[in-house]
Design a protein around this ligand. Structure first.
Ligand code: DX5
Ligand code: ZN
Length: 217
């Protein structure tokens, strides 16, 4: 099997962000995953624009921004201006999801919808044709280093069935508690892109861990 890997910067050493990004730049990682939290949609606050501006300038990997914020439509052009390539918004945070997805695509980015662990994939039946990717949360959003929720494997399987039955090319990204073991389960179920925070940044040798995940999953 082969998959794409997007290390989540949330688990990095924030006192040494430049060297952490340099490590990702030198690695076999495909994207750099940025977790944006507002303290309202999730009970945590992470990265703001002044910090992300510097990260964006320094990263050679495409930026994958995961917005865990209310009213994400207000910030779409700001993320475009940062140079973000893939932008995902939570189903649970968007009353006008179709409009928000259209705005992301009009801004020239790939658009994704994120589903919390309790949100069924079947709710995507009337929007799936519009999105480039779906991000299945395999933990409750807000924090790195949480335990993988096994039910998310079944959700990826059902989402894959939906995508195949419609003849679509929609990609499946998964996020939360991903390591080599859970990564394999998710890729077998149909995942294309794995986000991994703690399993990479807390590894003894992160660059080797990225290599190993790319090889073994
Ligand atoms: C959680 C974030 C994840 C998180 C993943 O809200 O969306 O991207 O940083 O970290 P791990 O891999 O440690 O669960
Ligand atoms: Zn994330």
């Amino acid at each position: 099997m082969s998959c794409m890997l997007a290390p989540s910067l949330l688990s990095a050493d924030f006192l040494h962000l430049a060297s952490e990004i340099e490590m990702i730049n030198q690695s076999e990682a495909d994207w750099l995953h940025l977790d944006v939290m507002d303290g309202v949609f999730v009970p945590n606050i992470s990265l703001g624009f002044p910090v992300m501006q510097h990260l964006a300038e320094f990263s050679v990997k495409p930026l994958d921004a995961h917005l865990m914020i209310v009213e994400p439509h207000k910030f779409i052009t700001r993320f475009r201006d940062l140079g973000v390539s893939t932008l995902s918004v939570h189903y649970e945070a968007c009353p006008h999801l179709h409009g928000t997805i259209m705005k992301i695509k009009e801004a020239g980015m790939q658009a994704g919808i994120v589903l919390n662990p309790h949100t069924p994939v079947e709710l995507l039946t009337d929007i799936i044709e519009e999105v480039d990717f779906v991000l299945i949360m395999s933990v409750n959003p807000g924090f790195g280093g949480q335990q993988f929720i096994p039910h998310s494997i079944e959700k990826v399987r059902r989402l894959k069935e939906l995508i195949v039955s419609r003849g679509l090319k929609t990609k499946i990204e998964v996020d939360g508690g991903i390591d080599i073991e859970s990564g394999k389960w998710m890729v077998e179920a149909g995942a294309d892109i794995l986000v991994a925070g703690n399993s990479i940044f807390k590894a003894e040798n992160p660059i080797e861990m990225i290599k190993q995940m790319k090889q073994e999953i």
